[in-house]
Ligand binder design. Structure first.
Ligand code: CTP
Length: 402
C-alpha cells in the first residue's frame, strides 16, 4: 500500500497546454490510493473538460466561486479544509502572480488565499515568461512563504522554443507530492515529553476542580512529533478525545501525578507543556462524599498551590531537556504575561495565545499563536490546532538538529 493511501489532494488546474497532463497525474494519485478533488480555472477549462477530470478523480469538479450549489455542498474554505495538500498543476505565470499578490478573483485563487494547508506548484509557461523578472520575484516570494515547487523542466516547448518552462512530468509531481505529504523522520531517535489536557484536583471522591481544556492542542502536537519519528510520551489529564497514534500514553488526573509522570519519563530531548494545569489543589480533601448539613454553612475549600511542572522540569539540572516549550494562555496583557512566563519558568520558547471567550480558542478547533523564542516574536495566522502542531513539530525538529 502506498504512503499516499488515505491522503487527500486538492488539484488546481490553471490554463496551459500542460493541463492535459493533469489527467495522468490524477490517474497516478488515484492508483496510489490518494483522494483527488479538482478545481478548474476558466482558462484551464479551455484545455481540459470537467467531465474528463470528474471521470478520472471520481469526484465533483469545482469551477465557480459564486455557485450557490457548490457553496452549499462545499464552500471554498471547506475545499481546502478537506485536503492535506493543495497542488497547482499546471501553475501558469498568471496564477503564480495572483498567489504572490494575494489576489482572489476566482475559485482557484480564493482557495489558495484562504488555505492554511501546504501548497505545491508545478509551473508551466513559455520560457520568457518563466525567466521574466516578475515571475522570478513571484517565485521567490512564494518560496519564502513555504510554497514548494517542482520544475519546470527544460526542453522543447509547444510554442517552438527551447528552455525551462515545461511542466514537470506527472511521475515527478507525484514524487514531490509524496515528499510534501510524507514528512521525513527528522525526529527519529529523539524523545519528547508532551503534557496535555486539564488536571482534575479532587475535593472528595465524587467532586473535583477542573478547567475547560480539551487537550486538542497538546494531543495534536504529540501526534505531529510522532509523525516526524520522535518517541513521544504524552502525559495527559482526563480528556474525551482519542489517543494519538504512535505515542506512549501516561494518563493522570492531578497536577502532582502529572509532575511525577513527567519526571519518570526523563531524560528527554525536548518537552512541550501544553496542559492547562490547575494552579491550586484542595488541601482539605474529604475521604467520604461531603454531605449537605441542613442549617450549617457551606463547606470552605482550603487551596494550596500546585507544583509548577514546567518550571520544575526546566530546573532539573543535567536532566533538563535541551528544548523546553511552554504555553501561555492569557485573557489580558498577552505578550507581557507570556514574556514574564518565559523568564520566570526558564523556558526556551513560549507559545502564547489569547483564550478570551470571544476567540473561541479554548476547547475549539482553531488557534492563533505567537511563538516567543530567543530570536524574537513570530505572529502566526489563525489556523487549525493540527496545523499549529505540524508547524511547531517542524520547528522543534529544526531546533534539535542545530
Ligand atoms: N504549567 C505547569 N504547571 C503548572 C502551571 C502551569 O507546567 N502548575 C505550565 C503550563 O502547561 C504552560 C505554562 O506553564 O505551559 C503556563 O501556564 P499558565 O496556566 O498560562 O500559567 P500559570 O503559571 O498557571 O500562570 P497564571 O495562571 O498566573 O496565568
Amino acid at each position: 500500500m502506498s504512503g499516499l493511501s488515505g491522503k487527500r489532494v486538492l488539484l488546481i488546474i490553471s490554463g496551459g497546454i500542460a493541463a492535459f497532463k493533469a489527467a495522468e497525474l490524477i490517474r497516478l494519485l488515484r492508483r496510489a490510493g490518494c483522494g483527488v478533488t479538482c478545481v478548474l480555472t476558466d482558462n484551464g477549462g479551455q484545455f481540459v473538460t470537467p467531465l474528463t477530470l470528474q471521470a478520472l478523480s471520481e469526484a465533483k469538479v469545482y469551477t465557480e466561486l459564486f455557485s450557490l450549489t457548490d457553496e452549499n455542498e462545499m464552500g471554498h474554505i471547506q475545499l481546502s479544509r478537506a485536503a492535506d495538500l493543495l497542488v497547482v498543476a499546471p501553475a501558469t505565470a498568471n496564477i503564480l502572480a495572483k498567489m504572490a499578490c494575494g489576489l482572489a478573483d476566482d475559485l482557484a485563487s480564493t482557495v489558495l488565499l484562504a488555505t492554511d494547508k501546504p501548497v505545491l506548484v508545478a509551473p508551466a509557461m513559455n520560457v520568457r515568461m518563466w525567466l521574466h523578472a516578475a515571475t522570478r520575484a513571484n517565485m521567490a516570494t512564494l518560496k519564502g512563504r513555504g510554497v514548494a515547487a517542482i520544475g519546470p523542466n527544460e526542453g522543447a516547448m509547444a510554442c517552438n522554443e527551447y528552455g525551462p518552462g515545461r511542466m514537470a512530468e506527472p511521475a515527478e509531481i507525484l514524487t514531490a507530492i509524496e515528499t510534501a505529504l510524507l514528512p521525513s523522520k527528522k525526529l527519529a531517535g529523539r524523545h519528547v515529553i508532551v503534557t496535555s489536557g486539564p488536571t482534575h484536583e479532587p475535593i472528595d471522591p465524587v467532586r473535583y476542580l477542573a478547567n475547560r481544556s480539551s487537550g486538542r492542542q497538546g494531543h495534536s502536537i504529540a501526534a505531529a512529533l510522532a509523525e516526524l519519528g520522535a518517541r513521544v510520551t504524552l502525559v495527559s489529564g482526563p480528556v474525551s478525545i482519542p489517543d494519538p497514534a504512535g505515542v506512549t500514553m501516561r494518563r493522570v488526573e492531578s497536577a502532582a501525578q502529572m509532575l511525577a509522570a513527567c519526571q519518570a519519563a526523563l531524560p528527554a530531548d525536548a518537552a512541550v507543556f501544553a496542559a492547562a494545569v490547575a494552579d491550586w489543589r484542595v488541601a482539605n480533601t474529604s475521604e467520604g462524599k461531603i454531605k449537605k448539613q441542613p442549617g450549617t454553612a457551606a463547606p470552605s475549600l482550603e487551596l494550596v498551590p500546585n507544583p509548577d511542572i514546567l518550571a520544575t522540569i526546566a530546573a532539573s539540572g543535567p536532566a533538563r531537556p535541551r528544548l523546553v516549550v511552554g504555553f501561555a494562555a492569557e485573557t489580558d496583557d498577552l505578550m507581557a504575561n507570556a514574556q514574564g512566563k518565559l523568564r520566570r519558568k526558564n523556558a526556551d520558547w513560549i507559545v502564547a495565545n489569547d483564550v478570551s471567550t470571544e476567540t473561541g480558542i479554548m476547547g475549539g478547533v482553531e488557534n492563533e499563536i505567537h511563538l516567543i523564542t530567543a530570536a524574537g516574536v513570530e505572529d502566526w495566522p489563525r489556523m487549525e490546532k493540527q496545523e499549529v502542531a505540524r508547524r511547531l513539530a517542524a520547528r522543534i525538529a529544526e531546533a534539535l538538529s542545530s
